[in-house]
Design a protein around this ligand. Structure first.
Ligand code: AMP
Ligand code: GLY
Length: 420
């Protein structure tokens, strides 16, 4: 099989690494890729937001299967263009990608499916939104409806913060994403993520994970894309996972199919768990980043067979071959992230690290120049290890982190603390 992966982050490096281990992969191209991906696959350069360009590239390069990493191309219909051109693709249609691209749409589907989630109101007018906040009180959650790169959610612990957030959103702070606002009940509990493959009809859970969103140790400071993750998530016990599948995932997937927009791809369910009951926080229509890195570390080569089965509508015959293992990833980020940071600083010591089925450094934002690896983004490396216990995996991951010589980067020393 000739395979094309779209994307350039640690998620896509992990996907490429897993896919390459499967003997069914004859050739792998990643667009645009990064310096780590370039060490294991061919990298191409075209606009992954342009469905026509992606379809042309796939046809010219005899691509048999396309895996879409990030949500942005899905939200503009790149998977639809590929399907129109007869190319097999892993990833939902533009219509189904609204499960991530519109929070109001997701709430409506949850209502139709009777899936447990936060109570909410949906507003296109600031005054009505404010009246809702005044009548409900704080804490309360204010969300821009559309895609806002993870920044469109304000958890307001007091009313004034909520009112200010409403003004900001309708004032254009999140561009078009804030033209509509969803206001939600604040849910308490512990958050965890459940990853499920869906082929339009059947569903197959492929793992659980928890990430650390805050930049600082002890889960403090501003939010980031994620400073580390581990899998499995102990809070998602088999019983709670089964509840989440039966009460949330299966009914919402059925509601999507009933509306003529069957979902195909990976569904990332962000859950809030309290007193044994999961409730949906949000859906994403892609793998989490960095959660994908720990899932791929655990699944290895079978990840390709599973994604391929989802794309071909064969999930009912697919099985996950589970090992009783744990994986963890520690993000190394450029000093200053998630604020402003320098690019182009050199990272040394990577060549001496092990690269095997238990230890991998996945690259997120890197480039290569004259044989050196340079930082090229905020989140730069995902130092990932697998073990028979979380503690063992964690010890090995931090041993690798400590062997990396990058004075311009930082990381959190406490990834996995909640699970340990
Ligand atoms: P979202 O982009 O909707 O996942 O929101 C980002 C983060 O905000 C989530 O991962 C939660 O930590 C938090 N969050 C979102 N909605 C709620 C809610 N209704 N109650 C409590 N926390 C929430
Ligand atoms: N790590 C969170 C996300 O990918 O959305």
């Amino acid at each position: 099989m000739n395979i094309l992966i779209l994307g350039s982050g640690g998620r896509e490096h992990a996907l490429a690494w897993a896919v390459m281990q499967n003997p069914k992969c004859d050739k792998l191209i990643v667009c645009p890729g990064n310096a780590g991906i370039a060490q294991i696959a061919e990298c191409a350069s075209f606009d992954i937001m342009d469905g026509g360009a992606v379809a042309n590239f796939a046809e010219e390069n005899a691509i048999d299967f396309v895996i879409v990493g990030p949500e942005a191309p899905l939200a503009v219909g790149v998977a639809d263009r590929l399907r129109d051109a007869g190319v097999l693709v892993f990833g939902p249609s533009e219509a189904a990608a609204r499960l991530e691209a519109s929070k109001a749409f997701t709430k409506e589907i949850c209502d139709a499916a009777n899936a447990p989630t936060a109570g909410y109101g949906h507003f296109t007018d600031a005054e009505a939104a404010k009246a809702h906040v005044r009548s409900t009180g704080a804490p309360i959650v204010v969300k821009a409806d559309g895609l806002a790169a993870g920044k469109g959610v304000i958890i307001a612990m007091d009313e004034a913060t909520a009112l200010e957030a409403i003004d900001d959103m309708f004032g254009g702070a999140f561009g078009g994403a804030g033209a509509e606002v969803v206001i939600e009940e604040f849910m308490e509990g512990e958050e965890a993520s459940l990853f499920v493959l869906v082929d339009g009809e059947d569903v197959l859970p492929i793992g659980t994970a928890q990430d650390h969103k805050r930049v600082g140790e002890g889960d403090t400071g501003p939010n980031t894309g994620g400073m580390g993750a581990y899998s499995p998530a102990p809070v998602l016990s088999p019983e709670i996972e089964a509840k989440a599948m039966d009460e949330i995932v299966k009914p919402t997937m059925k509601a999507m199919a009933d509306r003529g927009m069957p979902y195909q791809g990976v569904l990332y369910a962000g859950l809030m768990i309290k007193d044994g009951q999961p409730r949906l926080v949000e859906y994403n229509v892609r793998f989490g980043d960095p959660e994908c890195q720990v899932l791929m570390m655990r699944l290895g080569a079978q990840a390709l067979d599973l994604m391929h089965a989802a794309a071909e509508g064969r999930l009912s015959e697919a099985r996950v071959n589970w090992a009783d293992d744990h994986a963890i990833t520690v993000v190394m980020a450029a000093n200053g992230y998630p604020g402003s940071y320098e690019k182009g600083t050199e990272i040394k010591g990577l060549d001496a690290l092990p690269e095997d089925s238990m230890n991998m450094v996945f690259h997120a934002g890197t480039t290569e120049a004259q044989g050196s690896i340079l930082a090229a983004g905020g989140r730069v490396l995902n130092v990932t290890a697998r073990g028979t216990s979380l503690q063992e995996a964690r010890d090995r991951a931090y041993a690798m982190v400590d062997a990396i010589d990058w004075p311009d980067g930082f990381f959190r020393r406490d990834i996995g603390w909640r699970a340990l």
